[in-house]
Ligand binder design. Structure first.
Ligand code: UTP
Length: 292
């Protein structure tokens, strides 16, 4: 599949991050000094995506502002010779052609993807959730595109989770095809451990054909009035092959405060410019642990 477009849903309420998300979009919360959104745009660009469509909401205008130029700031940084900082503020807008569509109400992930229908048009595309941050080179979207090419189908990223917590996740009912790849027979939302068809939980990366839009149009809203992407994919399975792929990489749950803190610490250790100070911070904290 030739995939040139990515949809990044960023119109949710972010309730697990309240009160900060009252005025700051979750997707702009940082891992160290860069917003989560930038990490996923970088992952898309690395995979050859040229156009990123961010689904946003009224009141979340700062998301678009992040990708716009800031002439006075750029002038100031040029004058003071702060070229590294200048590069850092210009970088995000050079990664891809970023555009925005508004989801008028947070009616679920499936509804957010459907909002991008016109912008995507009649071609396969990827969906990346900006609060699932996955660290690996090559990125997960690159890995998934290879699977999609090999099997000529849609692809959902999955990872194994302990059976004890399976009731918190969407999982796939799938048939192992080797090489971390499974043929998907069905999707189950938050099953009880006894009913779970597998412990492969669905993670926020999808490669989908444009036919998903018709499926989402036909998907009835669930209990909270939300249209779920997994329900749409369940319908898609009636006409198209979809594979689940156990990606390589470490996933951080950027949807929760502690998950994001963990990501900051680990990225801080991995990054050369912050390694020493983050390492000293963790060592100091671990000494203090006994006091708590
Ligand atoms: P989540 O399921 O994490 O929902 O959405 P949320 O609203 O952001 O956060 P909580 O659960 O209330 O804490 C995953 C991604 O899908 C987007 C979110 O912005 C997030 O990036 N999303 C979710 C939408 O764009 N629209 C929706 O209606 C729901």
């Amino acid at each position: 599949m030739q995939v040139k477009k990515a949809v990044i849903p960023a119109a949710g309420l972010g309730t697990r991050f309240l009160p900060i998300t009252k005025s700051v979009p979750k997707e702009l919360l940082p891992i160290l000094d860069r917003p989560m959104l930038q990490y996923v745009v970088e992952e898309a660009a690395e995979a050859g995506v040229e156009e990123v469509i961010v689904v946003t909401a009224r009141g979340k205008e700062s998301i678009a502002a992040y990708f716009q130029p800031r002439p006075e700031l750029e002038k100031r940084l040029t004058e003071t010779g702060a070229t590294d900082l200048l590069d850092s503020i210009q970088h995000a807008s050079t990664l891809a052609d970023v555009s925005f569509v508004i989801q008028e109400q947070p009616l679920g992930l499936g509804h957010a993807v459907l909002t991008a229908r016109e912008a995507v048009g009649d071609e396969p595309f990827v969906v990346i959730l900006p609060d699932d941050i996955i660290d690996h080179q090559p990125g997960v979207i690159s890995q998934m595109l290879e699977v999609s090419d090999q099997y000529n189908g849609g692809v959902i990223a999955v990872e194994q989770v302990p059976w004890e917590v399976i009731h918190n996740y969407g999982v796939v009912d799938a048939d192992d095809r080797g090489n971390r790849t499974h043929f998907v027979r069905g999707l189950v939302e938050k099953p009880a451990k006894e009913d779970a068809p597998s412990n492969l939980s669905i993670v926020g990366r999808y490669i989908l054909p444009p036919d998903i839009f018709d499926c989402l149009e036909q998907t009835p809203p669930g209990a909270r009035g939300e249209i779920q992407l997994t329900d749409g994919i369940q319908l898609l399975l009636e006409e198209q092959d979809v594979y689940a792929y156990e990606f390589q990489g470490t996933r951080y749950d950027g949807g929760t405060p502690v998950g994001l803190l963990r990501a900051s610490l680990e990225y801080g250790l991995a990054r050369e410019d912050t390694r020493e100070s983050v390492s000293a911070l963790i060592t100091g904290l671990s000494r203090k642990l006994a006091d708590y």
